[in-house]
Write a protein that binds this ligand. Structure first.
Ligand code: ACO
Ligand code: OAA
Length: 395
């Protein structure tokens, strides 16, 4: 053992600068390129937020129209992506489905073929790839849900904005404005959160001068875990287990006695509540009213107040998002893929930032295995030993 100080999980370690977003637990605020996320969620279509994250400024009308036109060009599910998804078992987790789809898109991107020396791509290529991925993901997520339900694919509609079209492709009917608005807000809130585990994964992969798609595929893998993005799915499993508000106390007694983590609560950075929760909770309340589901509000409030009063640990964004996506009609397993569709904007903004100011990310470790030892006396595989001796003789 050495006496170096180990920061398990890199907790509290600042590893680089970023101009993409600022998470401030002291003021409980989150800024995207300087703008409070609450203001963006209340006033901007998700397309404008994506533009902001990539370009550093909100778009002019013309810039927004041009991004929208580009997004519409890539909305339809590509044949080879559909074919790859169709090869997967229906029981495959949708996160694996989306991860596979992104891999196929990456492998099919002709601008990325050739030598590994060209993998990282130019800023222009990477912005174009980012837009294509962000535009392609709704069709992938929507198709996944429809195929698991045995429903036909729904082609995109050019007359709908991003959020409305996403819901159209998923459900095959036009969503009510109140639902589109809540969904659009959730997309904005999920878009970016500095050096969270998935974004950091994307930056690590990018730092080797690998390509944008590989970085996004890795980020999807990191997002899947229930300590990170998978928590929005996990919240619904917990809600289903509890059933209704009156079961919260006995359920929590047992869960805490078993030392279970209560999904949707706690955060590595925010210790006094997640800056995004009030905005998402308001969106959830609108949906609860729209769908007339006071039972959801009762369960939500009961679990929150009981857990906070016992543990002093507050809800994170996944807590209100899980029930909101459930009310909209998304299948539970689709919740984290929705997170991907949004966060791909933040990931790609970070990938471009990392590329522009790169240093290979390679920390040190402190060794705590056995002291140096030698293989004398250890009997190796006889056939391997013979082959090695023959190779030595013939050398
Ligand atoms: C969008 C997002 O990705 S937000 C995060 C989504 N993840 C979740 O909701 C999963 C549930 N939450 C957690 O597991 C944690 O709060 C994390 C992983 C998010 C943050 O973890 P860390 O900052 O590493 O805090 P850590 O896990 O060390 O928790 C500190 C203490 O609080 C406890 N704690 C933290 N969160 C929870 C929780 N949700 N349920 C029960 N106990 C918890 C821990 O058990 C630990 O207790 P101990 O000191 O007695 O061992
Ligand atoms: O910041 C984190 O660690 C997790 C999180 O809330 C996010 O990625 O949105």
């Amino acid at each position: 053992m050495t006496d170096v100080e180990i920061k398990k999980g890199l907790a509290g370690v600042t590893v680089d600068y970023t101009a993409v977003s600022k998470v401030n637990p002291e003021t409980n605020s989150l800024l995207y390129r300087g703008y409070p996320v609450q203001e963006l969620a209340a006033t901007q279509p998700f397309e404008a937020v994506a533009y902001l994250l990539w370009n550093g400024e909100l778009p002019t009308d013309e810039q927004l129209a041009s991004l929208r036109a580009e997004e519409r060009k890539h909305r339809a599910l590509a044949d080879n992506v559909k074919a790859a998804i169709d090869l997967l078992p229906l029981e495959a987790h949708p996160m694996d489905e989306v991860r596979t789809a992104v891999s196929v898109i990456g492998a099919s991107d002709s601008s990325g073929s050739g030598s590994v020396l060209d993998a990282a791509g130019s800023p222009e290529e990477n912005l174009a790839r980012s837009i294509r991925l962000y535009a392609s993901l709704p069709a992938i997520v929507a198709y996944g849900q429809r195929r698991r339900r045995g429903q036909e694919i729904v082609p995109p509609r050019d007359d709908l904005d991003y959020a409305a079209n996403f819901l159209w492709m998923t459900f095959g009917e036009e969503a009510e404005p109140v639902v589109v608005d809540a969904f659009n807000r959730s997309m904005t809130l999920y878009a970016e959160h500095s050096f969270n585990a998935s974004t950091f994964t994307a930056r690590v992969i990018t730092s080797t001068l690998s390509d944008l798609y590989s970085a996004v595929v890795g980020a999807i893998g990191a997002l899947k875990g229930p300590l990170h993005g998978g928590a929005n799915e996990a919240v619904l499993h917990i809600f289903n287990e509890i059933g209704s508000a009156e079961n919260v106390v006995p359920w929590l007694d047992k869960a805490l006695a078993e030392k279970r983590k209560i999904m949707g609560f706690g955060h590595r950075v925010y210790k006094r509540g997640d800056s995004r929760v009030p905005t998402m909770k308001t969106a959830l309340d609108t949906l609860i009213e729209h769908y007339d589901r006071p039972d959801v509000a009762a369960l939500y409030d009961a679990l929150e107040s009981e857990f906070v009063s016992r543990k002093g640990i507050y809800p994170n964004l996944d807590y209100p998002s899980g029930p909101a996506y459930n009310l909209i009609g998304f299948d539970t397993l689709t919740f984290t893929p929705l997170f991907i569709a949004s966060r791909v904007t933040g990931w790609t903004a970070h990938i471009m930032e990392q590329t522009a100011s790169n240093a290979l990310i390679r920390p040190l470790s402190a060794y705590n295995g056995p002291d140096e030892r030698h293989i004398d006396g250890y009997v190796p595989d006889a056939a391997h030993l013979e082959a090695a001796e023959r190779a030595e003789e013939s050398a």
